[in-house]
Design a protein. Structure first.
Length: 385
C-alpha cells in the first residue's frame, strides 16, 4: 500500500539532490571558474527546481498565494534556465530572451486561469511548457555536438534531456487520460510514485550529463591551448606536423595534398625600425588577411618566427598556385598602420605537391621551403613552385 509518506520522501530526495547540485554548480562558477555563465545558470535551474518542489510540498501548510502559483512559475523557470544553460555549455551563447518570454507568458496564463481548486489546467500548462523547453535543450545538444562529434556521442548526451521532456509530457497527458485524478504529486498513487522515482533518477542524470559536457568543453579548451600559437592563434609547429603526417598517410591511399610555405618579407627590418610590438602586429595582420583563402579542411600553422605553412588537402600544384597568388595579393594590399604611418607588407610563397614517391612529409615540406627561398631570391612578393 502506498502512503503519503512515500511520496513526500521522494519529493524531499529530489529537493535535496537539486539543492546539492545547485551548490556544486555554484562552486564551479565562482570558485573553479569553469564555464562560469553556464554553471551559474545551471545553479539557478537546480535552485528553482528545489524551491518549486518545496512550495509544492508545503501546499496546505503555507497560504495558497505563496505555494500554488509561485511553485508553478518556479517550475517553468527551472526548465527555462535549463534551456539557457545547455546552449551556454555547448555553443557559449546565452539565449535568455526566449526563456524569459516563456516564463513570462506562462505566468500570465497561470494568473488568468480561475483559482477554484482544479489543478489540472495549471498542471497541463506547466508540464507542457517544461516538455517544450527541455526538448529544445536536447535538440541543441543533438545538433551542435552532432556537427562536431559525429552521430552516436550526441545521441547519448541528449538522451536525459529528451527523457525529461517525455516525462513532463506524460504527466501533462495524464490529466487528460484520468480527468478525475489530481495532479498533486503528494497524493499516494502508483503514477506519482513512478513519476517521482523517474524524476529523481533523471535529475541526477541530467546534472551528470551537463557536468560531463562542461568537462568536455574544458578539455577542448586545454587541447586548443596546447596546439595553438599564442600570438597568431594558428597551429603551432607540433600540431601542424601532426596534421601534415596525417595528410601524408592519406596520400598513400590516393588522397593528395599541397603545401603553401609563407615567409613575411623584410620582417627583421620592420622589427628594427618599428619595434617587436609592431612585428607581432604585422604577423597577426597577415594571418587575418589570409583567413578568407582557407577552407574548413585546410590547416594553417606557424613554423617559427615569420614563417608559416598552409596544408591544402585534396589540392594539386595548380590549385595551390591559385590559392598562394590570392594570398600574396591580399597581404600586399593590407599595409600595417603603426604610429600614424603605413608600413607596406608583403610575403614570399613557395608551393609543393605531395607525391607518391615521397618517403615522408618532410620531403614535401623541404620542396615548399626551397621554392619559398627561390621566391625570396627573385625579389620577394612572388609565388614559386
Amino acid at each position: 500500500m502506498i502512503t503519503p509518506a512515500q511520496t513526500l520522501t521522494l519529493l524531499a530526495a529530489i529537493i535535496m539532490v537539486a539543492a546539492v547540485a545547485a551548490l556544486v554548480w555554484l562552486s564551479l562558477a565562482l570558485v573553479a571558474r569553469i564555464a562560469p555563465r553556464a554553471s551559474l545558470t545551471m545553479a539557478g535551474a537546480n535552485l528553482a527546481t528545489a524551491l518549486a518542489l518545496t512550495l509544492h510540498a508545503l501546499r496546505g501548510v503555507l497560504p495558497d498565494a505563496l505555494t500554488y502559483r509561485p511553485s508553478d512559475v518556479l517550475a517553468v523557470a527551472s526548465f527555462a534556465l535549463l534551456s539557457v544553460a545547455v546552449p551556454a555549455i555547448v555553443t557559449r551563447r546565452l539565449p535568455w530572451q526566449p526563456a524569459a518570454i516563456a516564463v513570462a507568458a506562462t505566468a500570465l496564463v497561470l494568473l488568468a486561469l480561475p483559482y477554484d481548486g482544479d489543478l489540472r489546467w495549471p498542471a497541463r500548462v506547466v508540464n507542457g511548457m517544461g516538455a517544450a523547453l527541455t526538448a529544445a535543450a536536447g535538440l541543441t545538444v543533438w545538433r551542435q555536438l552532432g556537427a562536431a562529434e559525429g552521430r552516436r556521442t550526441p545521441a547519448r548526451l541528449a538522451l536525459p534531456l529528451f527523457l525529461i521532456a517525455a516525462l513532463m509530457a506524460v504527466r501533462g497527458l495524464e490529466t487528460f487520460v484520468h480527468p478525475g485524478g489530481t495532479p498533486d504529486m503528494r497524493v499516494p498513487t502508483m503514477f506519482n510514485i513512478a513519476f517521482l522515482w523517474s524524476a529523481l533518477v533523471l535529475t541526477l542524470l541530467q546534472n551528470a550529463t551537463l557536468a560531463f559536457l562542461v568537462l568536455m568543453r574544458l578539455i577542448r579548451r586545454i587541447e586548443r591551448l596546447l596546439e595553438r600559437d599564442p600570438l597568431t592563434d594558428t597551429l603551432n609547429r607540433r600540431a601542424f606536423d601532426q596534421a601534415l603526417d596525417h595528410a601524408h598517410a592519406w596520400l598513400k591511399r590516393g588522397r593528395g595534398y599541397a603545401l603553401v610555405m609563407i615567409d613575411m618579407d623584410r620582417f627583421k627590418q620592420l622589427n628594427d625600425s618599428l619595434g617587436h610590438a609592431a612585428g607581432d602586429a604585422a604577423l597577426r595582420l597577415m594571418v587575418l588577411e589570409l583567413q578568407p583563402c582557407l577552407r574548413a579542411v585546410d590547416r594553417f600553422g606557424r613554423l617559427g618566427g615569420e614563417e608559416f605553412c598552409v596544408l591544402l588537402p585534396d589540392t594539386d600544384i595548380a590549385g595551390a598556385a591559385l590559392v598562394a597568388e590570392r594570398m600574396r595579393s591580399l597581404v600586399a594590399a593590407a599595409p600595417l598602420r603603426w604610429l600614424e604611418q603605413d608600413w607596406p607588407l608583403s610575403a614570399s610563397f613557395g608551393i609543393a605537391e605531395g607525391e607518391r614517391g615521397d618517403a615522408s612529409a618532410d620531403a614535401v615540406l623541404a620542396r615548399a621551403d626551397a621554392a619559398m627561398y627561390r621566391a625570396k631570391n627573385q625579389g620577394r612578393n612572388v609565388v614559386q613552385a
